[in-house]
Design a protein around this ligand. Structure first.
Ligand code: GCB
Length: 605
C-alpha cells in the first residue's frame, strides 16, 4: 500500500480506537508504577523528531540514531551524537513541567521524557503501559518502537507492550507537546494556564491473557431495583465465565460471554441502600473470571429531572456547588494526587457543598473516587471551550474521543450526575451540530446521567434571556452570568427580570468576581474582599428569584493561574475570582456563600 495511506491512517488513528482499548479501574489491578524521576530534554525545534529536511524520523524507512526515541549512546569518543538523556536533568512524574523548573514557567512546546525500567513478565501474562494523562499530544516509544500517539490532555490511554518489553534495560521515551492549536480541544484561547507534561500517574499493568478490560455496573435507568450493565473481556471469546458479586446485597450472578467476550446483565435487588451526599454508601463489588478477580467500590443512585426538579433517588435536590480547576493553588501547579483532591474537596465540604463543577476538562480519577467516597455530586466536562473550531471534522473527532475516554473511565462513579458538553460556546449552526453530536455520543455510551452545557444569557430591554437552541437538548439548563463584574449593576441585581425559554431545572454554572485576599476597602472598590462579598450577596439575592433555579457553582473555589490576568500587584498571572487565595486563605465571600448554603440546606432537607 502507498506510504501516504499509512500516514493518513496514522493521523486519524489517535481519535479512533484508543478509547475502545482503554483499561478501566487501574487502581485495583496488578500494577507497577513508573512514577518518579524521568530524564528530560527541552526541544523547542523538535530536533529529536524531524531531520533537517523536516521529515519525521518515525515515518522514514530507515532508523536514525539522531531520533531521540532511540535513546542512542555514542559507542566511542569519535562518534557524533548530539543528545543524551542520561546526562540530562530530571522532572518528577506525575507533574507539570512549568511549576517544576523556573525556566519552564511559561514554556509551551516539545519536551522529551525518558524512563528506564526492568520487567520480568511471567509466561502467559500480558503487559500494558498506562498513562493517566499527558498534556497535550504524546508520541510514545518503547525500546525504539513507536507505540502510538495520543491527543487530548486530560484523559487516560494505554498500549500493549507484551511483545516489546524485555526483562532488563527497557527505555520508554515520550515526546510531549503542549503547543496550542486553533483546531485543538481546547483551542488557543483559554482563561487557564496550559500546563505541559506527564501530569498524571504512569503505570505498567500486568494482566492474564484474557482479562476484564471494562465494565459498567450501575442502577438501571428508571428502575431503582435493578443493577445492570456489561462486562467486557479483552481477547475474550464465547462462553467465558464471569461472576459479579456484591456480598452485602447477597448478589452472586454467574454470566457467560458472547462471541466478542462481552456480556450484558441485569440483577434485581430490593435491598439497595442508595448513594447520596449525606450517606455515600458504596458497595464492594467483585468481578471474577477463571483467571482474575477485580474489585471496585460502587454506589447506586438514580438521577433524573422532572419539569423544574432535579431528583436524586426520587427526591428533589438543590445543587449547592462550587467550580474547581485542577490545580493545587498553594503550589501553583496542576493537582495530581489524592492529597490534592482532598484539599479541594475538603474546602468544598467546609463551604457546605453537596456538588462540584469540575472545570473545564476531565479531572484526575482520584478526584472522582474521592467524590464517591465523601459524598459529593459532580459535573464533569470536556474542554469544548469558547471558540473551538466548530466547522472542523477533526476537531469534532478529537472532542468525541476525549468525551468517550472520560465517560469510559468514570461511568461507574455514582458521584457523577452530569456530563457537560461545552462551556460558553457561541451559538451557530456549526456549533449546534457539533454539540448535538456530542450529546448523541454521550447517550450512546451512558444514558443514565443528565446532560448539560454551560450556556450564556443575553439581555434585551432590561430582561435577561436564555434561549440558546441547544437548551432543547439538555436535561439541565445551565448558564454563566457575571452580573456586577463584566457588566450589570450590583445594586439592581436583585430585581433583575428573567426569561428562560425552557421548563427545565436551571443551574447557574458560573458567577463571581475578583478579589485580592487581604485587600480591603469599600464594597464599591474593585479587587477588594468587600467588593467580592457584596457581589456574592447581591447575586445570591438575584439567583434565588430565578424561576426553576435548582443549583449553582460559583466561579471559583480558589485563585488559579491564568496568563491572561496580568494586572500588576493584583493579578500577577492569577485569576482572582477564587473564594480562597493561592496562599490557602479564605476571603470574605467564602463565608457569604457558606451562609447561603446553610439556609438552602434547611429548605431542601
Ligand atoms: C468564564 C469562563 C471561565 C473564566 C471566567 C472568568 O465565563 O467559563 O473559564 O475563567 O469566566 O473569570 O472570566
Amino acid at each position: 500500500m502507498h506510504k501516504s495511506f499509512f500516514i493518513k491512517i496514522a493521523l486519524i488513528l489517535p481519535f479512533i480506537g484508543l478509547s475502545q482499548n482503554l483499561i478501566i479501574n487501574t487502581t485495583n489491578r496488578n500494577t507497577t508504577t513508573l512514577n518518579g524521576t524521568w530524564h528530560y530534554i527541552v526541544d523547542p525545534y523538535q530536533t529529536g523528531y524531524y531531520n533537517y529536511r523536516h521529515q519525521p524520523y518515525d515515518q522514514l524507512p530507515e532508523n536514525n540514531n539522531a531520533a531521540f526515541y532511540n535513546n542512542y549512546h555514542a559507542k566511542n569518543k569519535m562518534e557524533l551524537v548530539e543528545y543524551n538523556f542520561d546526562t540530562s536533568p530530571t522532572l518528577l512524574v506525575p507533574g507539570d513541567w512549568n511549576s517544576q523548573k523556573e525556566k519552564l514557567f511559561y514554556y509551551e512546546g516539545t519536551i522529551w521524557y525518558k524512563k528506564s525500567f526492568d520487567y520480568n513478565l511471567p509466561n502467559k501474562k500480558r503487559l500494558f503501559l498506562y498513562f493517566g494523562a499527558i498534556n497535550y499530544k504524546a508520541e510514545v516509544y518503547l525500546n525504539g518502537k513507536k507505540l502510538g500517539t495520543h491527543i487530548g490532555g486530560f484523559t487516560p490511554f494505554n498500549f500493549e507492550i507484551t511483545s516489546i518489553v524485555k526483562p532488563v534495560g527497557n527505555y520508554l521515551v515520550v515526546k510531549v507537546d503542549n503547543t496550542r492549536h486553533k483546531d485543538a480541544v481546547p483551542t488557543t484561547n483559554t482563561d487557564w494556564w496550559n500546563y505541559g507534561g506527564i501530569t498524571r500517574d504512569v503505570k505498567l499493568i500486568e494482566e492474564p491473557l484474557t482479562f476484564i478490560q471494562d465494565y459498567n455496573i450501575q442502577l438501571k435507568k428508571n428502575d431503582k431495583n435493578s443493577i445492570n450493565g456489561y462486562v467486557k473481556l479483552n481477547k475474550g471469546s464465547k462462553s467465558e465465565k464471569v461472576i459479579i458479586s456484591i456480598p452485602e446485597l447477597k448478589i452472586e450472578k454467574q454470566l457467560t460471554t458472547d462471541k466478542d467476550g462481552k456480556v450484558k446483565f441485569e440483577i434485581k435487588s430490593k435491598k439497595i441502600k442508595y448513594w447520596n451526599p449525606k450517606n455515600p454508601k458504596l458497595y464492594d463489588v467483585s468481578i471474577k473470571t477463571d483467571y482474575q478477580t477485580l474489585k471496585d467500590q460502587i454506589g447506586f443512585r438514580t438521577i433524573e429531572t422532572k419539569e423544574s426538579n432535579i431528583l436524586l433517588n426520587g427526591k428533589s435536590i438543590f445543587l449547592r456547588g462550587i467550580s474547581i480547576h485542577e490545580e493545587n493553588p498553594m503550589r501553583g501547579s496542576r493537582a495530581y494526587s489524592t492529597d490534592d483532591a482532598l484539599v479541594a474537596l475538603n474546602w468544598a465540604k467546609e463551604l457546605g457543598c453537596n456538588y462540584v463543577r469540575l472545570a473545564h476538562y476531565p479531572h484526575n480519577e482520584h478526584m472522582l473516587k474521592l467524590a464517591d467516597k465523601i459524598g459529593m455530586m459532580v459535573w464533569e466536562e470536556i474542554p469544548v471551550y469558547w471558540t473551538i473550531d466548530f466547522n472542523n471534522k477533526n476537531t469534532l473527532q478529537n472532542a468525541e474521543n476525549q468525551l468517550s475516554e472520560a465517560i469510559t473511565r468514570d461511568k461507574n462513579r455514582a458521584s457523577i450526575i452530569i456530563w457537560s458538553m461545552a462551556n460558553e460556546t457561541p451559538p451557530s449552526k456549526a456549533r449546534n451540530n457539533f454539540i448535538k453530536n456530542l450529546i448523541n455520543l454521550t447517550k450512546s455510551i451512558d444514558s443514565t446521567r443528565l446532560i448539560s452545557a454551560a450556556l450564556e444569557k443575553h439581555n434585551s430591554n432590561g430582561v435577561n434571556i436564555v434561549d440558546d437552541e441547544i437548551g432543547k437538548y439538555l436535561d439541565i439548563v445551565a448558564f454563566n452570568q457575571y452580573t456586577g463584574w463584566y457588566g450589570g449593576s450590583l445594586e439592581d441585581a436583585p430585581n433583575a427580570k428573567w426569561n428562560i425559554k425552557f421548563n427545565k431545572p436551571v443551574v447557574i454554572s458560573e458567577f463571581g468576581g475578583g478579589a485580592l485576599q487581604g485587600l480591603h476597602g469599600t464594597a464599591k472598590e474593585r479587587w477588594t474582599e468587600e467588593y467580592q462579598e457584596y457581589l456574592y450577596q447581591q447575586n445570591i439575592k438575584m439567583i434565588e428569584k430565578i424561576p426553576n433555579i435548582r443549583g449553582m457553582s460559583p466561579w471559583i473555589l480558589a485563585d488559579f493561574r491564568s496568563p491572561k490576568r496580568v494586572l500588576p500587584g493584583i493579578q500577577d498571572g492569577w485569576n482572582r475570582k477564587g473564594l480562597i487565595s493561592n496562599g490557602g486563605v479564605k476571603k470574605k465571600a467564602f463565608f457569604t456563600l457558606k451562609d447561603f448554603y446553610k439556609k438552602i440546606k434547611k429548605q431542601y432537607n
